[in-house]
Design a protein around this ligand. Structure first.
Ligand code: UDX
Ligand code: UDX
Ligand code: ADP
Length: 470
């Protein structure tokens, strides 16, 4: 028999858990949805009456939260109570790459997942369906099941894998109109009935033919594969961008030409300073680790190349700035437009901007940063994590050489060069004549996203460098 779900709990109120649960609550007014987190500040921000204070910026999110919060959507730090009440528990905690021990720098760190599993096992008094939402290495569901079902409380757990495919910046529309929902479960009768319970939740707004059900391992591996393919497309077009710069071809023309082939498709072919975000690198490293573990070194090397190409692209961009500025940026003012890993998000995890800044700082540049949504605190935290250990002499230099601006024009005033790191739409609308007048000459502009118009800027007098334009 299929359990009808009326109470859902989600552990983890981050970029995945928050928006996903907000949309489930919006679309299913008959289901009580409680999102819990151990981070008290985060929960307070989700509950803030001022919707501008939500902990994550995502177009359309505030409206969805306004509609559902207090009705059937709740944010709380009382993890135990929410677990106890729920029939279905989503796990959306962070799964960073391990920074220590076995698999350091490669494997996913499952300690947060394991803590969740132990807490669920301890608290639960009745049977529950557990849904893995975080991206996890293949066979995590099995580990979860082992922990959950070995605690003798008498409660029974069914584990489903239902990876989320939303992209940041478009999370709300991705959630409201997903290309597909993927649900993996056991082939047993129990497993199949758990799948049906979750299908019924999604059927409130997703057509049944867009809900794909598979066995658990296929679902887990599909998520890693999807992200690896997407990242590979970006690395592939970026590899071609380097060749374009040498030969005089134009990478945007190439994207259009190859994208018209329906077998290739037009999306995700935008050459850039390099991909970022919390998923691509982590998931590929995970895939590579998995392949090595199963003694498939050729397969591992193949996928690892996607990351190497991305590192090369970030490095190439920084090096081009230094080379063009007469082989040194020491003491020169470089203005950064954008810090987020893509537009329409305040997320900076693995953003290319961080790595480009690091290289320029090592060459002693002075960096002036403007991003419409990223806070100063976040920028310094990002730089500290890649540049210098806390408290060292060099950290002081860091604060001296990095200035975060609230106004783009002051960031660009008397700069030696401007670098565009994120494709925010507002960059297209700036008064570039004014920027030019207030800059040092020659006025160099390095467009890492090909967002501003070359022709127009060159007419003003800028010396523009693009990605993939010879
Ligand atoms: C290819 C290009 O498709 C075509 O646009 C170009 O003009 C010439 O090269 P072709 O080699 O004739 O055409 O056939 P194609 O259908 O592309 O298949 C090439 C090979 O890939 C075949 O051996 C095919 O079996 C294999 N293949 C193709 C797969 O193994 N899996 C697939 O999903 C697709
Ligand atoms: C990605 C996947 O798209 C999503 O399905 C998965 O659930 C999580 O990981 P996200 O990282 O939020 O989503 O954003 P995405 O739009 O995929 O962009 C990732 C990075 O690739 C960004 O830095 C973006 O700027 C870059 N990118 C993307 C390009 O450089 N060129 C492109 O054509 C597309
Ligand atoms: P993602 O992008 O995967 O959503 P985030 O880091 O944005 O990742 O969100 C993960 C959230 O999970 C964080 O807010 C973190 O505090 C929370 N979290 C981690 N472990 C636990 C736990 N054991 N119980 C409750 N919340 C947790």
């Amino acid at each position: 028999k299929v359990k009808t779900i009326t109470n859902i709990c989600c552990i983890g109120a981050g970029y995945v858990g928050g928006p996903t649960m907000a949309v489930i609550a919006q679309k299913c007014p008959h289901i009580k949805v409680t999102v819990v987190d151990v981070n008290e500040q985060r929960i307070a921000d989700w509950n803030d009456a001022d919707l501008n204070k939500l902990p994550i910026y995502e177009p359309g999110l505030a409206d969805v939260v306004a509609e559902a919060r207090g009705r059937n959507l709740f944010f709380s730090t009382d993890v135990d109570q929410a677990i106890d009440e729920a029939q279905m528990i989503f796990i959306s905690v962070n799964t960073p790459t391990k920074t220590y021990g076995v698999g350091k720098g490669m494997a996913a760190d499952l300690k947060y997942i394991e803590l969740c599993a132990r807490q669920i096992a301890k608290v639960s008094k009745d049977d529950k369906i557990i849904v893995e939402k975080s991206t996890l290495p293949v066979r995590t569901a099995e580990a979860l099941s082992t922990i959950l079902n070995s605690t003798g409380n008498g409660a029974n757990f069914d584990i489903l894998s239902s990876p989320e495919f939303l992209a940041e910046g478009t999370a709300i529309s991705d959630l409201q109109k997903p290309d597909r929902i993927l649900i993996g479960g056991d082939e047993t009768e129990k497993g199949q009935s758990a799948i049906k319970s979750l299908v019924a939740v999604y059927e409130n707004w997703v057509p049944r033919e867009n809900i794909i059900t598979t066995r658990v391992w296929s679902s887990e591996l599909s998520k890693l594969t999807a992200n690896a393919f997407l990242a590979q497309r970006v690395s592939s077009i970026n590899a071609i961008s380097a060749l374009c710069e040498k030969t005089g071809a134009d990478v945007d023309e190439i994207s259009r030409a190859i994208g018209a082939d329906s077998r290739i498709g037009s999306k995700f072919l935008k050459s850039s300073v390099g991909f970022g975000g919390s998923c691509f690198q982590k998931d590929i490293l995970n895939l590579v680790y998995l392949c090595r573990h199963f003694n498939l070194p050729e397969v591992a090397d193949y996928w690892e190349q996607v990351i190497k190409m991305n590192d090369y692209q970030k490095h190439r961009f920084a090096k081009n700035i230094i080379d063009t500025l007469f082989n040194t940026v020491s003491g020169k003012k470089i203005a950064f437009l954008g810090w987020a890993f893509k537009k329409d998000t305040n997320d900076t995890r693995e953003s290319a901007a961080i790595y480009v800044a690091k290289e320029l700082l090592e060459d002693r540049a002075e960096i002036h940063i403007y991003d419409p949504k990223v806070s100063k605190e976040q920028i310094f935290a990002d730089l500290k994590s890649v540049c210098h250990p806390e408290g060292s002499e060099a950290t002081k230099d860091l604060f001296k050489n990095v200035i975060v601006h609230k106004d783009p024009y002051t960031a660009m005033q008397s700069a030696h060069a401007i670098a565009i790191l994120t494709e925010w739409d507002e960059f297209k609308t700036y008064d570039w004549n004014k920027v030019y007048d207030e800059m040092l000459k020659p006025a160099f502009l390095f467009d890492g996203r090909n967002v501003v118009s070359n022709e127009e800027l060159e007419k003003i007098g800028f010396q523009v460098y693009n990605i993939g334009k010879g």
